[in-house]
Design a protein. Structure first.
Length: 88
């Protein structure tokens, strides 16, 4: 399985740990609960979160890269390393 996944954002949820972002991909290829986690202590938290909000608002597709060497697994949480988008 890959260490990145693309799609449109269908949900953003905040909690004490950070922000969970859900994409419109097939849940079987996504992480646990089909949500990618942006931790509150991420070095670029404000930039990544702002880009996610902008992409969600404008319905742009994004590419999420996860941290670590482990591939995306539907039984494990996936922590966001970076987000990118092409302005359309």
């Amino acid at each position: 399985m890959p260490t990145r996944l693309s799609g449109q954002i269908i949900g953003i949820r905040t909690d004490r740990v950070g922000v969970a972002i859900a994409l419109d991909n097939d849940p079987s290829v996504g992480p646990l609960n089909n949500e990618f986690v942006l931790l509150g202590d991420h070095a670029q938290f404000n930039a990544v979160y702002s880009l996610a909000l902008l992409a969600a608002t404008n319905r742009w597709s994004i590419l999420i890269r996860i941290g670590g060497d482990e591939p995306i697994n539907s039984t494990k949480e996936a922590t966001i390393k970076s987000i990118s988008t092409a302005f359309q």
